[in-house]
Every structure is written in C-alpha cells, then in structure tokens.
Design a protein around this ligand. Structure first.
Ligand SMILES: Cc1cc2nc3c(=O)[nH]c(=O)nc-3n(C[C@H](O)[C@H](O)[C@H](O)COP(=O)(O)OP(=O)(O)OC[C@H]3O[C@@H](n4cnc5c(N)ncnc54)[C@H](O)[C@@H]3O)c2cc1C
Length: 484
C-alpha cells in the first residue's frame, strides 16, 4: 500500500480531511487534478463562515455548519493564522407580516445551537447600519457569522496537513479506480497508480463520477451556479455586517457580503446549469444581483463593480452526503457539499475520521501534531509603521510588484515557497493581480519571479496549469529586464 487513506480532491473538504487525519499515525495522500489546491468550488464562493441559521434543525448540513463555525472561531482561525473576522450577520425583512418567518429562523437556529440570536428593530438598524434601504423594517441579528478568504483557508489547511506528514500530489486527475482481490483500492491518476485501503471522495462537482468509478453510482451532482460581483474597495464600509434577505427557495438570496480583503461583494444568484465547467456570467445575472443588492442598500451602483465571477455549488439533493458506501468496503463519500460547505468542512473532516475509524482504520495519535501555522504577512493588512519595520528587516518588502493591492516581491516569493506554481496560485495567496488593473502592470514581473523561484522556462509559466501558458516562444520574452 502507498497510503492508508487516499483523499480525492484538494478543495476545502479534502484539505480539511487531510489535516484532521494528519493528527494520527497514518499515511495520507491527497490527489488533486488541478495544478494547485483550491482551484475548484472552494475558490469561487462568498467566503462566509455561516452561523448555522437558515438550515432545518434536522439537516446534517445544519449541525455540521454550527460545529464548523465553532471550530473555525475557537480553534482553526487562530491556529492557522487565517484572516477571519467575526463581523456578524443580519437577515432583514421588508414587511412586518414576515416577522413570524424571522422568529421561525431564530427558533430553528437556536435548536441547532446558534448563540446570541436577537430580533432588532428599525431604530437599531438606523443606528448600526445607516446605509440600509428605508423599506427594511426589522432583522435577525446573528453575531457568530463571519468572513474569511476561502482560498487562503484551503492553502492553510493543506500546508498544515503537509507539515504534519500528509502527501499532496497535484496535476493527478483520477481516471480509474480498481479494487484488487486482496481489498483496498488502486487509484490511477496522472499516469501513476496509488494504492490504499481506504478511499475518501471529496471531488466536489465530480464526486458522483468518482463514486461511480469506485463502484457506487449512488447519486448525481447537479451544478447550481452562483454569480458574484465584487465592488471597489472604496465601498468597504458600505455595511458593517453581512446582510441577507429572507431565504429564497433554493438559496440564501442576494446578499451584501463583506470580504476579508476589503472589497464588498454582491450576489450570488442560484440557478441550475448543465455544465460542470460553465463558469460564465451573464447580463441577466448582473441585473438580478444589482436589483437584489440595491433593495438592501440603494446606494450601490453598477459603476462600483470592478470584477465578477461565477461558482458552481455541487448539489446532490437537499443535504450533504457523508457516508461509508457499504457496497464498496473502504469507500467514504463526502459529496454534495453545497453551501455551507466552506464553513462545515472542519466538522465534516471530524465526521469522516469517525466513519473511517468505525470501518477499521486505526486512529492512533502522533506524539507531536504541529497545530500552529505562522500567519503569512500581507502588506495590505498591516499598518504603515509595521510596513516600515518589515522593510528595514527585509528590503524586498519595499519592492512593490502589484501597486493596486500593495503586494511586494517578498510576499510573492513566500507564496511560491509555500506551494504556489501558477499566476492564479500567486493571486489567490497574495492578491497580486486582483486589483483594478487585473494584473496589467504586474503580470510580467510576477512571471519573472516565478521563473527565478521555481527554475522554470518562461514557456512553462501558466495562469492556472498546463494549457494556460502565456508565452509560446521564449525568444519573444524580454529576459534582460530587471526582475527581482
Ligand atoms: C457561489 C457560491 C457561494 C458560496 N458561498 C459559501 C459561503 O459563503 N460559505 C460557505 O460555507 N459555503 C459557500 N459555498 C459552498 C462552498 O464553496 C462549497 O461547499 C465548498 O467549496 C465545497 O468544497 P469541496 O472541497 O467539497 O469542493 P471543491 O472545492 O470543488 O474541491 C473538489 C476538488 O476535487 C478535485 N477533483 C475533481 N475531480 C477530480 C479527479 N477526477 N481527480 C482528482 N481531483 C479531482 C477538483 O479539482 C477540486 O479541487 C458557496 C458556493 C458557491 C458556488
């Protein structure tokens, strides 16, 4: 056996499971089809650490969300140096006749164990959220909701799992799964064969295909698209909390979202689509999001929007599917991880570890588990005084590469040392290229740093892995330019 457990998919679900299992004396292998972790659903979402409200008390996702929220707030955010902020949430109503609905959400939240819920009136809202629309009558205040950077959450989980001995193999698309006579699994990925006794399927949108490959075609994933629109940082303080309307049939509705990087966001839509790679945005989506957002905060205008993206929720019915497939001994599915999967992931990981133990995996704790991960430095998050101190210590902090987002050469080199191998990997870790100019000024400079740091020819430097290289002919690349 190469490993005790193979996990397919390095999104937040697989990354959290890898970190959880890395507490034990086990050989863990995380296989990811993309060039880097966090390139699936986990990069394209709202980044909200939901409190657990808006889920039925009987649902698995409801209680896993409440427990995931607790784990993030009380342990993981501090241990892994995440930029988590417990900003709180409001669920607003426009008609006093909807008050019973708000009371119901409060009661269901309390049944799930969500603390501090309180209904606040128009006077409270005027004092605390002055930009909200005049038609909003009351709201449910949910103090334990928060925000974090979704991709930096995944990177932190993966880095810490690897630090604790888990193996990570990227660009390894699982294409076949065999079940040898002696038990366990042979997993074919990227032309190699990996063996393990247990297989955990955390393949997001493709979890149905992986489960079928392993011999359990027990569910289908239907993508549900969400379009999101990012606003300029100058609108950072447009709201002080996350603002939600009453939930819609299939989603939590169009929200005003605070983000850990400062830019507020509006969205997401929720529409079922056919294609698992259909990340297009549309005029209709923009109109729907703008109308929904302006109902909550009328001063939002189209010209505030600087960027947009779409993500696909991997939906398999109403709830998560987290179970051992009894017809395929050793296969555990962590599938249908739609919202609030980002929040629930640490609790899903604990649940999966429990299922594996029940199936015979020996969970013996390591003598030493490296719980802590140093918080990466981001100049855009520190004071001028701290920036000066950093530059004195290391002048590369004063070498600003991305002017829009204030990202230094030092931060880019650190991102590459911690695992980034592509331009998107650098962007998600540091924010370089994420500002108003979308990398117009800094991309060539970042490419040169990638070349130097990873020892790659420029023709191998890509946006998000093989097939997305930017330069085809090395002779056209200005190699004599200053680059560090
Ligand atoms: C618009 C939107 C907004 C959302 N907002 C929130 C929110 O605010 N809060 C919240 O809690 N949740 C939110 N969610 C839900 C959350 O994003 C997901 O639940 C979560 O990211 C799912 O993570 P995952 O690891 O299961 O899937 P993924 O991140 O997709 O990871 C699966 C991984 O498996 C890999 N993979 C697939 N097939 C193979 C294969 N054959 N071989 C190897 N690897 C493979 C993929 O490349 C991918 O990296 C939102 C979702 C959307 C779409």
């Amino acid at each position: 056996m190469n490993a005790d457990v193979i996990i397919v998919g390095a999104g937040i679900t697989g990354a959290s499971i890898a970190r959880e299992l890395s507490r034990y004396k086990l050989k863990i292998l995380l296989l990811e089809k993309e060039a880097e972790p966090a390139f699936g659903v986990s990069k394209s979402n709202s980044g909200i650490v939901h409190a657990g409200t808006q889920n039925p008390p009987s649902s698995l996702k409801g209680w896993l969300c409440v427990e995931g929220n607790r784990l993030i707030r009380e342990e993981i955010a501090g241990d892994l140096g995440l930029d988590f902020s417990e900003c709180g949430q409001l669920i607003v109503i426009f008609d006093p006749a909807d008050l019973p609905e708000l009371e119901k959400i409060k009661k269901e939240g309390e049944e799930l164990g969500v603390k501090g819920l309180e209904i606040v009136d128009r006077g409270w809202l005027e004092a605390n959220e002055p930009n909200l629309g005049p038609d909003i009558k009351a709201a449910l205040l949910v103090p334990s909701a928060g925000i974090l950077s979704p991709y930096r959450f995944v990177y932190a989980m993966v880095e810490n799992a690897v630090k604790n001995g888990a193996g990570l193999r990227t660009s390894r698309k699982v294409s076949a799964i065999r079940k040898p006579a002696g038990g366990g699994f042979e997993v074919v990925a990227g032309g190699e064969v990996f063996r393990a006794k247990f297989l955990v399927n955390a393949a997001g949108l493709y979890a149905d295909e992986i489960s079928a490959m392993a011999g359990a075609p027990t569910f289908t994933i239907t993508p549900r698209k969400g379009e999101e629109y990012l606003l300029d940082k100058k609108r950072e303080h447009i709201v002080n909390r996350l603002v939600f309307p009453l939930p819609a049939k299939n989603s939590k509705g169009i929200l005003i979202i605070k983000t850990s990087d400062g830019n507020p966001m509006i969205g997401p839509t929720a529409h079922e689509v056919r294609g698992k790679e259909d990340l297009s945005t549309s005029d209709e989506g923009l109109a729907e999001v703008l109308a929904g957002a302006r109902r909550l905060v009328p001063s939002i205008s189209k010209s505030d929007i600087i960027s947009y993206f779409a993500g696909l929720r991997p939906v398999a019915g109403k709830d998560f599917i987290i179970r051992h497939e009894d017809t395929v001994p050793g296969l555990v599915n962590a599938a249908g991880i739609q919202s609030p999967g980002l929040t629930a992931a640490p609790a899903i990981a604990v649940m999966v570890a429990g299922i594996l133990k029940k199936q015979g995996l020996n969970l013996e704790r390591k003598e030493e588990f490296h719980r802590l991960r140093p918080r990466p430095v981001h100049l855009f998050q520190v004071s001028d005084e701290e920036t000066r101190r950093l530059i004195v210590k290391n002048p590369a902090y004063g070498d600003i590469v991305c002017r829009c987002e204030l990202v230094s050469a030092k931060e880019i080199r650190e991102a590459l040392k911690s695992g980034a191998v592509t331009l998107d990997g650098v962007k998600f870790r540091t924010r370089a290229q994420a500002g108003r100019c979308h990398g117009g000024f800094c991309t060539t400079r970042i490419m040169k740093i990638i070349q130097e740091e990873l020892g790659l020819p420029v023709t191998a430097v890509s946006k998000r892995g093989p097939g997305s290289e930017l330069i085809k002919d090395e002779r056209k690349w200005p190699s004599d330019e200053h680059s560090s």
